[in-house]
Design a protein around this ligand. Structure first.
Ligand code: P6P
Length: 337
């Protein structure tokens, strides 16, 4: 029988039954809590102008970025939904400088989570898609007050990664290491239902995504690659390329998952963000897990992103991800120097 239309909770339980004994029972509970939080966020995002929670707040986050009101509100939604059922030992959020410990009076669990509650929030006020990105790690045995060191795990240690994109439809994209599946929020029943089983990224593409206004800051390999894409058949390439830039990583990655593409936020020579803009623990690492599970490649240009062991909660890394043959071409240019 087709799995299309199966609810996310049913799907996760079946997935964990297929890994019976792998101790993933709490994982399905944690994912159900994440799905509930994302449904609440989808509701708030769609009504932000109506209930007056659009626009900027008066505060800045740890990144020194002016926080949108919804950045703060959605962070609180995630924390409130995730800290009460005893699945987590602690959390990390893009919006909060330090580790978010589970309150003393609440039960603690065996997982750690890092999330960006509202990625691409600069798009909120112009009615473009935004999203929530999360990465789930195991908490070291017996640790009930996780420290920085407990979170410093390479992307290969992730148990699960996912993102929710709040667009024309609200979708949850998920991997637990057994492929990538897409679930669409059916508002009539208030459930995410399976609509995109076993998503795979085409190995080739003719579509690149980069913020070209930063071109003067890129290293030569990226400059050469993008120039080739722009030149198309008038240059070295056998095809012409198209360009997209939504300024919302969840939308770019979802597009890559559905029709292929290459997304780049590379190293930059400007001092303000030499390692590019994207954060390792709750953007690059979970998205790399998803991309690799869908048959794509994700690299800094110099190394596989999934292999990077963080040294800081909010560490930034360059990101080049998407269709295997194009990303490997860019990696080749880096190797040539
Ligand atoms: P730029 C959103 O702020 C984000 O972190 C990603 O979602 C997105 O890909 C990128 O930054 C957009 O960067 O340079 O276009 O503002």
């Amino acid at each position: 029988m087709s799995s299309i239309g199966k609810s996310i909770n049913q799907f996760i339980i079946e997935q964990q039954l297929s890994h019976a004994g792998s101790g993933t029972d709490d994982l399905s509970g944690l994912l159900a809590d994440i799905a509930s939080a994302c449904k609440k966020i989808a509701h708030l995002v769609s009504r932000s102008a109506i209930i007056g929670i659009g626009g900027a707040s008066e505060s800045e986050n740890v990144q020194g970025e002016v926080q949108k009101k919804l950045d703060i509100i959605t962070n609180d939604v995630m924390v409130e939904h995730l800290n009460c059922h005893g699945y987590l030992a602690a959390m990390v959020s893009e919006e909060i400088e330090d580790i978010i410990q589970i309150p003393e009076q609440l039960p603690k669990g065996k997982y750690l989570i890092a999330f960006d509650p509202l990625d691409g929030s600069s798009n909120i006020d112009i009615n473009l898609s935004v999203g929530t990105i999360f990465s789930i790690l195991r908490c070291p045995q017996g640790v009930t007050q996780p420290t920085l060191e407990d979170f410093m795990q390479a992307g290969t240690e992730q148990v699960c990664a996912g993102f929710c994109v709040y667009g024309p439809t609200t979708m949850m994209i998920l991997t637990t290491g057994d492929g990538v599946n897409g679930f669409t929020l059916d508002r009539d029943i208030g459930e995410f239902v399976l609509t995109h089983p076993k998503m795979t990224i085409p190995e080739d593409t003719a579509e690149f995504a980069v913020n070209i206004s930063n071109q003067r800051f890129w290293e030569t390999p990226v400059k050469s690659y993008i120039e080739e894409c722009i030149q198309g058949i008038d240059g070295e390439r056998e095809k012409n390329f198209n360009m997209r830039w939504v300024a919302s990583m969840v939308s770019e990655v979802y597009r890559v998952l559905t029709r292929g593409g290459i997304f780049l936020y590379p190293l930059e020579t400007k001092s303000t963000s030499p390692n590019g803009k994207l954060r390792l623990m709750y953007e690059a690492s979970p998205m790399s897990f998803i991309v690799e599970q869908a048959g794509g490649v994700s690299s800094t240009g110099y190394q596989r992103i999934m292999d990077i062991k963080p040294t800081d909660l909010h560490q930034r890394v360059p990101v080049i991800l998407g269709s295997k043959n194009e990303v490997e071409r860019v990696i080749g240019y880096h190797e040539e120097g």
